[in-house]
Design a protein around this ligand. Structure first.
Ligand SMILES: [Zn+2]
Ligand SMILES: [Zn+2]
Length: 115
């Protein structure tokens, strides 16, 4: 499948590269990271990236919508939870998946401390 095919037949499981960013993105991204300064999955505060739950090439109107953004660390949570191990995919359930993952991680940390 060529990249053009991705644009012609947008598969909800696929993300295409090369869609231009809004000139406002840098500002919106910085504001999001200030408000959400930790990975929403693992809690780390380094190498953070801002993920679009609905990919902006499929939903251009949601590129700058704070409700569509998640803070995820670059390694490994963005690719794992946001993109299911491949940048060409995205997880439509990333937000709820991450909430469950975070709760399990916290429970495991508490259990490890108590052991
Ligand atoms: Zn993380
Ligand atoms: Zn992403």
């Amino acid at each position: 499948m060529s990249l053009l095919d991705l644009f012609r037949k947008p598969d909800p499981g696929l993300v295409a590269a090369g869609v231009p960013r809004s000139p406002k993105w840098a500002k919106v991204r910085a504001a999001h990271l200030k408000a959400h300064p930790a990975c929403e999955a693992c809690g780390q505060r380094d190498a953070l990236e801002v993920h679009h739950v609905q990919p902006f090439h499929l939903q251009p109107d949601l590129e700058l919508d704070p409700a569509n953004l998640m803070t995820l660390c670059g390694d490994p949570c963005h690719i794992v939870h946001g993109h299911l191990m491949a940048w060409a995919r995205y997880s439509p359930t990333a937000r709820t998946d991450v909430r469950t993952y975070r709760a399990n991680l916290e429970a495991a940390r508490i259990a490890a401390k108590g052991a």
